[in-house]
Design a protein around this ligand. Structure first.
Ligand code: SF4
Ligand code: SF4
Length: 336
């Protein structure tokens, strides 16, 4: 089957904007495997990320061409035909939707409806598809949202065969049988549960052309000794907690201040303060740094003593909380 549209070089291009741990790299590979190895298109896939760690922003790219057009380009994709945004927090980074044109398809993982989501994303124009992939993944007990998002994307890649796609997902999860059928269900739900709306150019939001990221400091302008003068700039990339969909919720009245959660926490996200008696007391979770691994919940001894419903750290769903206020240290503010 012919590619539905191509750019000047003859490529159909896909950009996945994600956070490490949500499975965009794996999704890019599976999409390319379906097209290139099973259906005979030419293509390439690659990802771009900094330190390989859960929680940092990553991009993954897939390029398809027909079997007569070689793909010899491995530059980043500037004007994608399809862009999938794996988490709404990525839209806080102004470059996320760069190069999205009126004929692009934008798949957003969000619980918002398309009108709300367009406003939040300041989307110029395009076909917007909203899918609550985090909720579906949680309902299917999956740690990553990638199969849901691939399902939503497949509706806009008619040149890829759904049954072959399902086979590739089965192959990918063959050694993880405990999540195999869950991923297949998530993929099918991704195909069915998205809400689409087409937004034409109406002047509400400007077009964001793709700009190559130019470093602020180069050989002629760097500070003496290469010192970074913007202290704490990583706080601007607020991608914490929300990537798993689950968060630890603290109840101080049950805490015995044993400190075990502090020992297992990989990101020092638990805030202890010294009391007037000189002892250390846990005051809460700093969600700016918490990655949602839930190791603290697993180890907390009150869990064993008090049962599932009444322990000092328990699992909460991100969607039940006001994520913006969660970034303040020491407090978990539940939505009224
Ligand atoms: S879930 Fe718990 S252990 Fe994991 S990063 Fe957050 S506070 Fe630390
Ligand atoms: S939350 Fe649990 S593990 Fe952490 S200090 Fe309190 S009782 Fe100990």
């Amino acid at each position: 089957m012919k590619l539905p549209k191509v750019n000047d070089l003859g490529f159909f291009e896909i950009r996945l904007e994600s956070i490490g741990g949500l499975g965009a790299n794996g999704a890019g590979k599976m999409i390319a495997e379906v097209g290139v190895l099973s259906q005979g298109y030419n293509g390439a896939t690659f990802s771009s990320y900094g330190s390989e760690k859960k929680g940092s922003p990553i991009k993954s790219f897939v390029r398809f061409a027909d079997d007569k057009t070689p793909v010899k380009v491995n530059s980043t994709i500037e004007e994608p035909h399809i862009i999938a945004v794996f988490h709404m927090n990525l839209l806080k980074i102004p470059t996320t939707l760069m190069g999205v044109k009126p004929d692009s398809v934008i798949i957003l993982n969000t619980s918002m409806d398309p009108d709300e989501a367009r406003k939040f994303a300041k989307l110029h124009a395009g076909t917007l598809v909203c899918i609550d992939a985090t909720k579906i993944a949680m309902e299917e007990n999956l740690p990553a949202t990638n199969t849901v998002i691939m399902g939503a994307m497949l509706n806009y890649m008619p040149f890829l065969d759904k049954d072959i796609f399902e086979e590739i997902i089965r192959k990918q999860f063959a050694n993880k049988p405990h999540v195999l059928e869950e991923n297949i269900r998530a993929f099918k739900r991704g195909m069915e549960e998205g809400t689409e709306k087409v937004f034409k150019k109406d002047g509400k939001f400007p077009y964001l052309p793709y700009k190559k990221p130019n470093p602020k400091y180069g050989k002629n302008s760097q500070t003496i000794g290469g010192v970074l003068v913007e202290a704490g700039n990583s706080t601007l990339k607020d991608l914490s907690v929300t990537r798993t969909g689950r968060i630890p919720v603290f109840t101080s009245s049950v805490c015995i201040n044993c400190g075990q959660c502090d020992i297992v926490c990989p990101d020092m996200a638990l805030n202890f303060e010294r009391g007037s008696d000189g002892k250390m007391y846990l005051k809460g979770v700093d969600y700016q740094y918490c990655k949602g691994c839930l190791k603290c919940v697993e180890i907390c001894p009150t869990r064993k003593k008090e049962g599932e419903d009444n322990h000092a750290l328990k699992v909460g769903f991100e969607t039940d909380y006001d994520v913006a206020s969660l970034t303040k240290p020491h407090h978990a503010h539940q939505k009224k």
